[in-house]
Design a protein around this ligand. Sequence first.
Ligand SMILES: Cc1cc2nc3c(=O)[nH]c(=O)nc-3n(C[C@H](O)[C@H](O)[C@H](O)COP(=O)(O)O)c2cc1C
Length: 168
Amino acid sequence: MPPLAILGSARRGGHTAQLLGRLTAGQPCEVTDLLDARIGPFSYAQDYPPDDFLPVVRRMTAARLTIFATPVYWYSYSAVMKNFIDRFSDLVLTQQDLGRQLRGRKFALMASGADAMPERSLNIVFEQFCGYLGAKCVACVYAREAGPFYDPAAAELVRVHLEKIETT
Ligand SMILES: Cc1cc2nc3c(=O)[nH]c(=O)nc-3n(C[C@H](O)[C@H](O)[C@H](O)COP(=O)(O)O)c2cc1C
C-alpha cells in the first residue's frame, strides 16, 4: 500500500499542506486531511458514534510509511492532530489487536512553525509516541512556515521511504 500522510493543520492550503506537497512531490502518497475526517475526542468509556478513526488506523497498518504533518501551535501539535493522537489510547484499551499491527510500522513527523529552529520537545514526544506503539520513527522533518527544510537529510530520509518498493 502506498504511504499515507495525516495532515493536521487548522487551515486548508496553509504552510503545512504546502510543505507536505513539497516533501512528497512526485511520489505516491495518500493524504488524510483531519479537517475532513470525523474523529471524535477520546472517550474513557470508549463510547463512540461511528467515525473515521479505526479506518484510518487500519490504513496505517498497511502503509509502508505514515507521515504525521502538523503545524507547531503553542510548542506542540495542532489541536486536530492532538485529538487524533489521543485516540491511539483506544488501541491499548479496546482495540489491542489493531494496535499490535502498528508494531514495526514506519512513522515520520513533519512540522511547520514560525521559529527558525524545530521545536525539540515536539520531536521528543513524537519519538515517545512511536516507541510506545512499537513503531519506528524514521525522521522528524521541520521547516519554517513553507520554507526550506531545516535538515535536508531528514527530508531525504523520508523521501527514501516514500520511494521504497515493498519487498515483503
Ligand atoms: C495558534 C497558533 C500557535 C502557534 N504557535 C507557534 C509556536 O509555538 N511555535 C512556532 O514556531 N510557531 C507557532 N505558530 C506559527 C505556525 O506554526 C506557523 O505559521 C505554521 O507555518 C502554520 O502552518 P499552517 O499554515 O498549516 O497553520 C503558531 C500559529 C498559530 C496559528
